[in-house]
Design a protein around this ligand. Structure first.
Ligand SMILES: Cc1ncc(COP(=O)(O)O)c(C=O)c1O
Length: 369
């Protein structure tokens, strides 16, 4: 067989450990490994997409996104985040993933250090490697929040600092104080902050605060994916602190992607300008599930802080029990899928029914007897 050759920067990246799990567990499996809402996209958003198809709005759009959507995203920032942007500062992408990719490709030079939370969403480190950069893990403290002092020690000479609050896999929501301290320290030292806020609407007690409030070099990454249960539509965006960023980011986007899907962009206009009550309903359901799962797991003896956001819990279970759970059809994601520092933890997603959560708790209880 012919031996194919590949680029070193791609060989340096592993396949996601989460995908590998999807086939595990057999028929009776309870899947708590999933990182996407189990809700359907709200109807008014679907109707906007159907109208776009019917009206033939199915061609390429402007590379940076349709003007209505860039405007709608500016409206969202003003309404929800107390931030003022011009449409020229917004770039519409194929999900938050593409926005992260563009930032890495456009800003990272070979060997540049990219600070990423560890444990954290694995795309940050993988995309940094693909861009030729060098990911460096920022440790979390015992409550699973970014350790601000240790982050500061890593900051000199770094190119990017990635923040993710609410966080995947931890469910941690960083305090305003920490976010401000990290952003000010980073920007003072010429480190650009990339703030991934895709879970901003799933915060249960605290208030979400956007990192861009605290510095003049913060790129915000966000998406319709989680907020509006639109993961398959592939629509996200980034907001840059000045218009200067956009042409450079746009080069990567226009040659690799041309534009985000036209139909999804029209749907996203309806999402950002339409009725927001479905988001509140999803948040309340996630909150109830979080409480159910947290009470269940602490009742079994697990000791960890109640997560404040997203739809994940990061639970210190030990590797034996994690493997036993997966083998017995409770699909959870081992901590080593999120970096090097938390192999004894597992990410448990509660983007699934309360009934499934109750069954999973009972099955875990049996396995621990
Ligand atoms: C923290 C975080 N950022 C970004 C993404 C990517 O989202 P999208 O589906 O919009 O590409 C995910 C998806 O799991 C995520 O967990």
């Amino acid at each position: 067989m012919k031996e194919h050759r590949y680029a070193d920067r791609v060989l340096g990246v592993e396949m996601s450990g989460i995908r590998r799990l999807f086939d595990a567990g057999g028929q009776d499996a309870i899947n708590l490994g999933i990182g996407q809402p189990d809700f359907d996209t709200p109807d008014h958003i679907k109707m906007a997409a159907i109208a776009a198809i019917r009206e033939g709005r199915t061609g390429y759009t402007p590379n940076a996104g349709i003007p209505e959507l860039r405007e709608a995203i500016c409206g969202k920032f003003a309404r929800e985040n107390n931030l003022t942007y011009l449409p020229e500062q917004i770039l519409v992408t194929a999900g938050g993933s593409e926005a992260l990719h563009l930032v890495m490709e456009a800003l990272v030079n070979p060997g540049d250090r990219v600070l990423v939370p560890d444990p954290g969403f694995l795309s940050y480190a993988a995309l940094a490697v693909i861009a030729g950069g060098r990911p460096v893990g920022v440790p979390l403290d015992s409550n699973l929040h970014v350790d601000v002092e240790q982050a500061k020690e890593l900051m000199d000479g770094a190119r990017l600092l990635v923040l993710n609050s609410p966080g995947n896999p931890t469910g941690a929501v960083e305090s305003e104080e920490s976010i401000r301290a990290l952003v000010e320290y980073a920007n003072d030292r010429g480190v650009t902050v990339v703030s991934d806020e895709v879970y901003e609407h799933f915060v249960y007690e605290k208030k979400h605060v956007s990192a861009a409030r605290f510095g003049d070099d913060v790129i915000t990454v966000n998406a319709a994916s989680k907020t509006y249960a639109m993961t398959g539509w592939r629509v996200g965006y980034l907001a840059a602190p000045s218009e200067d960023y956009i042409p450079q980011l746009l080069k990567v986007h226009q040659y690799a992607q041309a534009c985000a899907t036209s139909i999804s962009q029209y749907a996203a206009v309806a999402a950002y300008t339409g009725d927001q009550t479905p988001v509140a309903r999803m948040r309340e359901e996630y909150r109830a599930r979080r409480d159910l799962l947290y009470e269940g797991l602490t009742g079994l003896g697990f000791d960890f802080p109640r997560p404040e956001g997203a739809f994940y819990m990061f639970v210190p279970m030990g590797q034996n029990l994690i493997q036993k759970a997966i083998a017995n059809g409770v699909i959870i994601v081992p901590g080593d899928a999120f970096g090097s520092r938390a192999p004894d933890y597992a990410r448990i997603s509660y983007a699934t029914s309360r009934q499934n959560l109750t069954r999973a708790i009972a099955r875990l209880g049996e396995l621990m007897r």
